[in-house]
Design a protein around this ligand. Structure first.
Ligand SMILES: [Cu+2]
Length: 138
């Protein structure tokens, strides 16, 4: 007698309307345990979205940072989430907001791709593949 196993639907829902574009990871100097990643996140849907967490299987930790400049010093501050109204975008770029990746699990050679997952609540997430680059794209 055949036993048919039906997999329970373990698939996570996608973040409805969320698009990740222009993503890349800056190749850190040799020996560095930290890398900054940049991406443009857009809400092309019709309902508000909130990014509640960021993670990467390729790093021990992933955080969202913004860079604050005061008195000639640059400091980084942790952001606890990103709110995206319908039609709006969040743009991470060098010198500003970025994804801070710490503790690489793999060597960060040029053209290696890093997976970064954006959580948007209720078991929903979006995973983007970001190439490691030495320099910012033109
Ligand atoms: Cu940072």
């Amino acid at each position: 007698m055949a036993v048919v196993l039906t997999a329970a639907s373990g698939k996570l829902a996608a973040c409805e309307g969320l698009v990740a574009e222009e993503g890349w990871v800056r190749q850190p100097p040799p020996g560095s345990r930290h890398a900054a990643a940049y991406v443009v996140l857009s809400n092309i849907g019709t309902t508000p979205l909130r990014i509640t967490g960021i993670r990467s299987p390729d790093f021990t930790s992933a955080m969202l940072h913004e860079t604050l400049h005061s008195e000639g010093q640059a400091r980084m501050r942790l952001l606890d989430g990103i709110d995206l109204a319908p039609g709006s975008s969040f743009r991470a770029k060098p010198g500003g907001r970025h994804i801070m990746l710490s503790g690489p699990e793999t060597p960060l050679g040029e053209n290696v791709s890093i997976e970064v997952t954006f959580d948007c609540g209720q078991d929903s997430s979006l995973t983007a593949s970001l190439p490691v680059r030495r320099n910012a794209p033109e």
